[in-house]
Design a protein around this ligand. Structure first.
Ligand code: ARG
Ligand code: ASP
Length: 739
C-alpha cells in the first residue's frame, strides 16, 4: 500500500502548495473538497465542493450526463431536457434526414413532445456515486511481481469489489484505473435508453464555419442540439415506449442571462476522453515526428478525394458529411498539436523535467527508468508506425475493408458454431449493413482505396505488405488503380442488394460465396498478416511501456511530493476550472474572449457550404431583434473562451458560473493549444464554448420554440448579487497566463 499512501500524502500536501497552473487539471469530483475547493473559491467560486458532488443530496453532478459514451450533455429543465453539441448529436440528426427532409440543412424543432424523435442505440448515463477502491483493488499486489501476475490479482480483486455493490437492474458499476494503474475508482451508473431528439439548428448555425473554423478562435458556431430523456411511469430507465414520460431529474442547471466577462470563474463538468500528460520526452518526440505526420498524410489524401465528390453532389454531401467531419477533425487536430508542441518547446520542457526528476529521485531508479523508456520507444517505433498505417488505411479510411470486419465476424461465427452461429448473428450484421449502405458511394471509396493502398505499398516495409498489394505495386500507380478496379467491380460488397441476396442463401452457400470474394480475401489476407507481424509484437511492447509508465507515474508523485498531480483523462467524470480569458498566440496578436453575432455576419459568404447564413438570421441581425439575449453592449454574444483544461469527450460539457448556473456549452479548443493533451500550457490553451444566450436566442427568436424556453429556469445571478451585496469592482486578476 506504499504507493497509494504516498499518492494520498502528496495530494494532501499539495492542496497547500502555491497555485502555479490555475486552469490545468482534470479533477475527480469526489476529491474536490480536499484538493481544489480552496483554490476554486479563491478564483471566485461561490459554491462548496459538496454543491458540486455529493452522494447525500442533489448536486451539480446529477445534471451531468454521459451522452452515448462519447460526449457530455447536461439536464436543463425539470422535464429531462438535455443540451449537448450539434456535432455530438450529428449522427442522430443525420439519421433522421433525407433529401426531402434535410434536417442537417434546415434544422429540426419538435413543437410538441409528440414530435420528438426516438434514437435507437443512443443512451444517457448518470453517475450515482464514485468510490475510491484502490486499497481493495491492489490488495495482495507486491513490488517486483510480473505484470501478468499483478493484473490477474487485480482482476480478481475487482470482481470481488463489484460484488459488494447492490445494484438495480438499470445500474452498473465500472471500475477504472487512474494514474496509470496506481489508483482505482468505482463509478455506479444509471443508464437511460430512451433519448429523443428535440431540436437542432440548421448546419449554417450549428456547424457554421465547418472545417475551416474547426479548432480555431475567433469562432462563431452555435454548436448545440437538444434531446430529452424519457423514463418509465415510475421515473426509472425503460426501453423505448410510446408510453414513456419525460424524466424528472434530481437536478437541472438554471441558465444565467447575465453573461460573462474576462476573469469570471468557469467550471467545466464532463467526461474527458484521454490525455497523456506524463509521457517521457522520447514518446512525445515519436508522436510529433513519426506518428502524427504519417496519420496526417493519410487523412489528407482521403479527405481531398471525398471533398471533391461532396462539392459536386448534394446527395453525396449529406451521405459523407458525418464521415468527413470525423476524419477531418483529428487530421486538423494533429496538425495543430504538432505546431503547438514545437511552439511551446515540449521536448525542451520534458528534458528539463526529466533532468529534475533524475536529480530529485533518490534512487538510481530515475535514470534507469528513462533509459528503459528510450529503449522501449525505439523498439516499438516500427510496429507502432505500421500499426497506425494499417489502422488509418484498412480500418478508418477504406470503407470496403472496414465493413469487411462485420462480414468476417459473421463467417467466424459460422466456422466456430455452424449454422446456428451464423443465423443468430445475421440480424446484427444486416442492421449494420443497412446503415452502411445508406451512406456509401463505391466510386469514392474505390478512389480512396487506390490512393491509400499505393501509399501503404510504398511506405511500409516489405514484410508488412500483403501479397495482393505487392503484385499490384510492380506496376506502380496504374497497378494500384487496376487492382482497385478489379476488386470493386468483382466484389459483392459494393452492392446492398447483391450482398443481401447472398446472405439469405443457406449459411453454407453464403459462407462459400463470401470466402471466394475478392475484397473479402484481401481483407482476410491483410488482417492476418497484420495480426502476426504487427499486432502481436505491438501489444507485447506496449504492455512493457504501460508498466514502465505506471512505475514512472508513481515515481513522479513520490519525487515531487509538494506538487499536485491530476490523473490523465480516461473517459470518467471530471471537473476542470479556470476563468474567461483571452490569449496572446504570437507577437503583437491578442485575442479577446468573446465573439458576437456581428462576427457571423462578417464571415458570411452567400451560398458557401461553410459560411452561408440563413435569411432568418440575417433578418434578426438587421432588425436587432435580440429580446433578452443581448449583452449590455447591445450585441448578441456567440462564443467565448476560457482557461479550462478540456479534451475530446468534453464536448457538450456545461460551462458553469460561480453560482452553479449554465453560462455556456463547451465544444472545442483553440488551434494554438490543441497540444494540451500532451503538454498543457496555460498561456495559450483555451477551451471554446457557445454562450448560453446564443443558444436561447436561437431557440426562441430563430426557431420560435418558446415552449422550450418556458421549460427552462432563466436566472440573473450577477444582477441579484448586486442587489444583495456589493462586489468589488475590479476582481483580482491572475497574471499566470502571460508568457
Ligand atoms: N474540434 C471539435 C471536437 O474535437 C469539434 C468537431 C466537430 N466539428 C467539425 N467541423 N468537424 O470534437
Ligand atoms: N471537440 C471536442 C469533443 O468533441 C472537444 C475538444 O477536443 O476540445 O469532445
Amino acid at each position: 500500500m506504499k504507493i497509494v499512501k504516498n499518492i494520498f500524502l502528496s495530494l494532501a500536501l499539495c492542496s497547500f502548495s502555491i497555485i502555479s497552473f490555475a486552469g490545468e487539471g482534470m479533477w475527480l469530483p469526489l476529491l474536490l473538497k480536499s484538493l481544489n475547493e480552496g483554490e476554486m473559491q479563491s478564483m471566485g467560486m461561490k459554491l462548496s465542493a459538496e454543491d458540486i458532488y455529493s452522494v447525500n443530496k442533489s448536486s451539480l453532478k446529477d445534471a451531468i450526463v454521459h451522452f452515448g459514451g462519447f460526449c457530455t450533455s447536461e439536464i436543463i429543465s425539470s422535464e429531462g431536457l438535455m443540451l449537448t453539441n450539434h456535432h455530438c448529436g450529428y449522427g442522430q440528426i443525420q439519421s433522421h434526414s433525407s433529401i426531402d427532409n434535410n434536417m442537417l440543412k434546415n434544422g429540426f424543432w419538435a413543437m410538441t413532445k409528440e414530435e420528438e424523435l426516438a434514437n435507437p442505440g443512443l443512451f444517457a448515463r448518470f453517475i450515482n456515486r464514485i468510490d475510491d477502491v484502490t486499497e481493495m483493488a491492489l490488495a495482495g499486489v507486491k513490488e517486483g511481481m510480473s505484470d501478468k501476475e499483478r493484473q490477474s490479482i487485480i482482476d480478481k480483486n475487482l470482481e470481488a469489489v463489484k460484488k459488494n455493490y447492490t445494484l438495480e437492474e438499470f445500474q452498473d458499476v465500472m471500475i477504472r484505473p487512474f494514474y496509470n494503474g496506481n489508483q482505482y475508482f468505482a463509478f455506479v451508473t444509471t443508464t437511460f435508453n430512451d433519448v429523443r431528439l428535440v431540436g437542432a439548428p440548421p448546419e449554417s448555425i450549428g456547424k457554421f464555419g465547418s472545417d475551416t473554423d474547426n479548432w480555431v478562435w475567433p469562432r462563431h458556431t452555435g454548436d448545440f442540439s437538444l434531446f430529452r430523456i424519457y423514463a418509465g411511469p415510475d421515473n426509472k430507465p425503460a426501453d423505448y415506449s410510446a408510453d414513456n414520460v419525460p424524466y424528472k431529474p434530481k437536478h437541472f442547471l438554471p441558465i444565467s442571462l447575465d453573461g460573462v466577462e474576462e476573469d469570471d470563474f468557469t467550471l467545466i463538468f464532463g467526461f474527458p476522453g484521454r490525455t497523456n500528460q506524463y509521457l517521457p520526452g522520447v514518446a512525445v518526440e515519436q508522436t510529433m515526428n513519426t506518428l502524427n505526420p504519417a496519420k496526417i498524410k493519410i487523412r489528407d489524401t482521403a479527405l481531398k478525394i471525398i471533398d471533391k465528390y461532396m462539392r459536386e453532389d448534394e446527395e453525396v454531401r449529406i451521405q459523407y458529411a458525418s464521415k468527413f467531419a470525423r476524419v477531418a477533425n483529428y487530421w486538423k487536430k494533429w496538425i495543430g498539436e504538432n505546431q503547438g508542441l514545437k511552439s511551446t518547446d515540449a521536448l525542451g520542457r520534458k528534458a528539463k523535467f526529466e533532468a529534475d526528476f533524475v536529480k530529485n529521485n533518490e534512487s538510481e531508479n530515475g535514470k534507469s527508468l528513462l533509459t528503459a523508456f528510450n529503449k522501449a520507444y525505439n523498439d516499438i517505433e516500427e510496429v507502432a508506425l505500421t500499426r497506425d498505417y494499417y489502422q488509418e488505411i484498412a480500418i478508418r479510411n477504406i470503407e470496403l475493408l472496414n465493413m469487411q470486419r462485420a462480414i468476417r465476424s459473421l463467417v467466424s461465427r459460422y466456422d466456430e458454431n455452424g449454422e446456428k452461429g451464423y443465423t443468430d448473428f445475421l440480424p446484427r450484421v444486416k442492421g449494420y449493413l443497412d446503415g452502411f449502405y445508406k451512406n456509401y458511394q463505391p466510386k469514392i471509396d474505390q478512389e480512396v482505396f487506390a490512393a491509400l493502398t499505393e501509399m501503404y505499398g510504398s511506405e511500409a516495409k516489405e514484410m508488412y505488405i500483403p501479397k495482393t498489394l505487392k503484385t499490384a505495386s510492380m506496376a506502380s500507380k496504374e497497378g494500384y488503380r487496376a487492382l482497385a478496379d478489379q476488386i470493386y467491380t468483382n466484389t459483392l460488397f459494393t452492392d446492398h442488394v447483391k450482398v443481401t441476396e447472398v446472405l439469405d442463401l443457406t449459411p453454407e452457400q453464403a459462407v462459400a460465396k463470401i470466402k471466394n470474394d475478392a475484397a473479402y480475401k484481401l481483407g482476410v489476407e491483410w488482417e492476418s498478416l497484420y495480426n502476426s507481424t504487427i499486432a502481436d509484437p505491438y501489444s507485447r511492447q506496449k504492455n512493457e511501456i504501460d508498466s514502465l509508465q505506471r512505475i514512472y507515474m508513481q515515481s513522479i508523485i513520490e519525487t515531487f511530493p509538494k506538487q499536485k498531480f491530476y490523473p490523465d483523462a480516461n473517459s470518467t467524470m471530471r471537473v476542470t476550472y479556470g476563468q474567461v480569458k483571452g490569449y496572446r498566440p504570437k507577437d503583437a496578436v491578442h485575442y479577446t474572449p468573446v465573439t458576437y453575432l456581428d462576427g457571423v455576419i462578417e464571415k458570411y459568404v452567400p451560398d458557401d457550404y461553410e459560411f452561408d447564413v440563413s435569411d432568418k438570421l440575417l433578418q434578426l441581425h438587421r432588425t436587432k431583434d435580440y429580446g433578452q439575449y443581448a449583452d449590455t453592449n447591445g450585441k448578441v454574444p456567440v462564443c467565448f473562451i476560457g482557461s479550462n483544461h478540456t479534451t475530446g469527450g468534453n464536448s457538450g460539457s456545461p460551462a458553469i458560473d460561480a453560482h452553479g448556473n449554465l453560462i455556456g456549452l463547451n465544444f472545442d479548443r483553440v488551434w494554438e493549444g490543441t497540444m494540451s493533451d500532451i503538454n498543457y500550457d496555460p498561456s495559450i490553451c483555451r477551451n471554446i464554448m457557445v454562450d448560453a444566450r446564443y443558444i436561447l436566442f436561437i431557440v426562441d427568436k430563430y426557431a420560435g420554440a418558446g415552449h422550450l424556453i418556458d421549460e427552462m429556469k432563466l436566472v440573473h445571478p450577477k444582477k441579484d448579487m448586486k442587489v444583495t451585496e456589493t462586489i468589488p469592482k475590479k476582481k483580482k486578476t491572475w497574471k499566470w497566463w502571460k508568457r
